[in-house]
Design a protein around this ligand. Structure first.
Ligand SMILES: Cc1ncc(COP(=O)(O)O)c(C=O)c1O
Length: 405
């Protein structure tokens, strides 16, 4: 098994971090991803050289800052095959979803179709405003995506789903949902928080109406996110926040709001964050997202197959085929004496292997499966097959009561 992207490891200073004198193995990128040096440098450069507000100042440095900020928007648009005017900078994916949920003027009886595997951020904003209607779930935790048509009704207003689930690591059939929704005139919002750093995205091919992503999972700075929307869909959303930057004219008698995207970017944005995110996606595009996907799936297959052979391990959505998986697997361990949290802690304290533990903001999925949390191993392009072998050995040792490191 080749590690075709292992040359990128040197770009991530964080991967050199040690705990107790041992180098860490980072397998928690679904929570947040380390940043390559070029992103760190881009953020530092804004502070060192280009500290000025955007779309406001009338001096050379303000022009430079505005150009860098808008270039970042263009980079992100190219990454998604969108137009820059369809790209809104947000604080995170959560804010992007809230902008849409707030802007659709939903009524309590309106229905939003989703899956019970959605992250809280793609569940609660809908639940607070409308009735959520999930598709069914298989006994092992795989949403019955194919049944979407059976839950659509005259009250359906929107369909939404994670492109890749942050708990199962399964790539959803978004095209099928979009086709079903569009046949009836409903919009679709894709939550690409977990997919954007693992597989190529093309909003034109997907034909989704909205798509959100989270900058920090995409190796960009924290406090950044993107809301993509088709222009007419964005223009129909009611305002989210108001203030400086989103208004074209403000007189005593009336005010005039800017067009999208500025319409949804009230206040001073996270300038250095947006610029850093632009650098992150340019870096990823340069590596080639098809290569990134191939590596993610190769790590995912090794992980899934290895975990499947360890007695007591129950993998969430184990029935999904290997070609629908990225390098992310969640599982529960039926071994007396271990909670999911204690196992995650042991992996860190004894082996310096960092993984996720708990509900991963997907309480409803866990409740439906009767699980008191799961352990999540999530890879990123810099992880190697050797690292997967180390975590599998560690789990074999912990579950059989022996010790190796
Ligand atoms: C699938 C999914 N959607 C949404 C989010 C929310 O992302 P953020 O916290 O960056 O808004 C996450 C974060 O874990 C996620 O995994």
């Amino acid at each position: 098994m080749s590690d075709s992207l292992s040359f990128t490891r040197k770009e991530f200073p964080f991967l050199r971090r040690q705990i107790d004198g041992n180098q860490i193995i980072y397998l928690d990128s679904a929570s947040t991803a380390p940043k390559p040096q070029c992103v760190i440098d881009a953020v530092a450069q804004v502070y060192n050289d280009t500290t000025a507000n955007v779309h406001r100042g009338i001096h050379t440095i303000a022009d430079e800052a505005t150009t860098a900020y808008e270039n970042a928007r263009r980079e992100i648009a190219s990454f998604l095959n969108a137009s820059p005017s369809e790209i809104i900078f947000t604080r995170n994916a959560t804010e992007g979803i809230n902008i849409v949920a707030n802007g659709m003027r939903l009524l309590p009886d309106d229905e939003v179709v989703l899956t019970v595997a959605e992250h809280h951020s793609n569940y609660l904003p809908w639940r607070l405003r409308a009735k959520v209607v999930p598709v069914g779930l298989s006994p092992d935790g795989l949403p019955l995506y194919q049944d979407v048509e059976s839950v659509l009704s005259p009250r359906t207003k929107l369909l939404t789903l994670a492109h890749v689930s942050n708990t199962t690591g399964i790539i959803a059939p978004v095209e099928q949902w979009v086709e079903n929704a569009h046949r009836r005139g409903h919009p679709v919002l894709i939550d690409a928080s977990q997919s954007a750093s693992h597989l190529p995205l093309d909003v034109r091919t997907m034909d989704c109406d909205f798509l959100v992503l989270s900058g920090h999972k995409l190796m960009g700075p924290s406090g950044t996110g993107i809301l993509y929307g088709k222009r007419e869909r964005l223009a129909n959303l009611s305002l989210y926040q108001s203030g400086g930057g989103m208004v074209r004219y403000h007189g005593e008698a009336r005010f005039e709001v800017q067009d999208v995207p500025q319409r949804f970017e009230a206040g001073t944005p996270n300038i250095e964050g947006a610029i850093g995110l632009g650098v992150a996606v340019a870096w990823l595009r340069n590596l080639g997202m098809s290569k990134v996907l191939a590596h993610s799936q190769s790590l995912g297959a090794q992980l899934f197959e290895g975990l499947s052979t360890i007695p007591g391990i129950r993998i969430v959505a184990s029935s999904a085929p290997i070609e629908k998986r990225i390098g992310l697997v969640s599982f529960n361990l039926d071994t007396p004496g271990f909670s999911q949290d204690s196992l995650a802690r042991l992996l860190c304290d004894r082996y310096q292997i960092l993984v996720g533990g708990g509900y991963h903001c997907a309480h409803i999925l866990h409740h439906r499966l009767g699980l008191d949390g799961t352990l999540r191993i999530s890879t990123q392009l810099f992880n190697t097959h050797e690292e997967i072998e180390i975590v599998l050995s560690a789990l074999r040792e912990l579950t059989s009561g022996t010790n190796c490191r």
